[in-house]
Design a protein around this ligand. Structure first.
Ligand code: FES
Ligand SMILES: [Fe+2]
Length: 373
């Protein structure tokens, strides 16, 4: 590892002001947080969606503003497969089209009023949404082969940080902060072994050493002095992470940037616990998951949250201040985040359409007489 200060000041300041590339799938909620006939608000980078599940389990996401007068649709109710606005009762189907106005006579045509709808899907116990250009939603979700495998024990780790998503992502890439977790017997003696960056990915391998509780929990072989040295492979695949420890543990961090200083994280940690199968499956496994989460991983997370939020506060207090970065993996990560945003802005420029079908088609007469399409 070089000891020289890396020339990253201008990148640093730009990355903290960077938006997201919306043309990716983002996690909106844990699937079990949304019951049939329930609607909740979820914010993806300053756009709030009304996310609802109908009676049959199907999921839909509409923009959280009624096309009539802008009331938040998440305050409404699910009727069948539709969402009803609480103010005048206009009803919208999953595609966002107005399909009923309760005070219109049956033979009166409905106005062209449409809420934007967003592609959604449910996979890995997570509800995903695609906030960008719907035509690009055919791209893949991150692959999680460990999910539902008997070989792995899963611990879900929810997180929310009052910090820009770049700060959270740097925390994950920054294996040198083992110092913070020393009381929790985290890891020590990190060395960056290799680093590769592409347009959308950063691959970094670090060597780290463990001693204590993590060594026992993960069943890592012990040398005579109780210290185990292993390689952690971190793969940032915009906009999410996968980090693995030589087939012993595998961690997926799915990030939901909500606003310029608010980020949510949906993490899934897979462990090969040296415990009997009956304890790792069935009802007891839920209790074990809770215990491992609270006794170990949330303690790490709380320490990280404190650091990330502190970093954000200092940035807001003095955005022009220079900082000293010495880890090239962080600079590589910042480059990908900025590059993806620039790419998104270019894509958006190219696909700019005339205002919208609705605005161009609607005049007073049409509102009275016709539907949008
Ligand atoms: S504001 Fe939604 S129905 Fe009127
Ligand atoms: Fe940490």
């Amino acid at each position: 590892m070089q000891s020289a200060v890396l020339k990253g000041q201008s990148i640093y300041r730009r990355v903290r002001e960077t938006g997201i590339n919306s043309n990716y799938w983002y996690p909106l909620a844990w699937a079990d947080q949304l019951q049939p006939n329930q609607v909740i608000p979820v914010t993806v980078w300053q756009q709030t969606l009304a996310l609802y599940r109908d009676h049959s389990g199907q999921i839909y996401a509409l923009e959280d503003a009624c096309p009539h007068k802008g009331v938040e649709l998440h305050k409404g109710e699910v009727h069948g497969s539709n969402l009803t606005c609480p103010y005048h009762g206009w009803e919208f189907n999953g595609a966002g089209e107005c399909v009923s106005i309760p005070y219109f006579p049956a033979d009166q045509k409905l106005p062209c009023a449409q809420a934007r709808s967003y592609p959604t899907q449910e996979k890995y116990g997570i509800i995903w949404g695609f906030p960008g250009e719907p035509g690009l939603a055919s791209q893949q979700l991150p692959a999680i082969p460990e999910y539902n495998s008997d070989e792995w024990f899963m611990v879900r780790i929810p997180g929310e940080f009052q910090a820009h998503f770049s700060i959270c992502n740097e925390n994950t890439m920054d294996v040198f902060h083992g110092f913070l977790h020393k009381e929790l017997q985290g890891w020590f003696d990190p060395v960056l072994l290799s680093l590769k960056q592409t347009e959308s990915d950063v691959y970094a391998d670090y060597q780290v050493s463990y001693r204590g509780i993590l060594t026992k929990l993960m069943g890592l072989g012990k040398a005579g002095n109780g210290v185990t040295t292993r390689t952690v492979s971190i793969h940032y695949q915009y906009p999410h992470y996968h980090s693995s420890l030589e087939g012993v543990s595998s961690l997926y961090l799915m990030r939901l940037p909500m606003g310029s200083t608010l980020t949510r994280s949906f993490s899934m940690l897979f462990l090969k616990l040296p415990l009997p199968g009956w304890l790792l499956r069935g009802r007891l496994s839920k209790l074990l998951e809770k215990a491992v989460l609270h006794q170990i991983f949330l303690k790490f997370l709380h320490q990280d949250v404190e650091m990330m939020e502190s970093e954000q506060r200092s940035y807001l207090a003095n955005p022009q201040r220079n900082y000293v970065e010495v880890n090239p993996a962080i600079i590589a990560l910042q480059r990908v985040i900025i590059g993806q945003y620039e790419r998104f802005m270019q894509q958006s420029d190219r696909s700019l359409n005339p205002p919208t079908e609705i605005a161009s088609d609607c005049n007073f007469e049409l509102v009275q007489d016709s539907k949008c399409r």
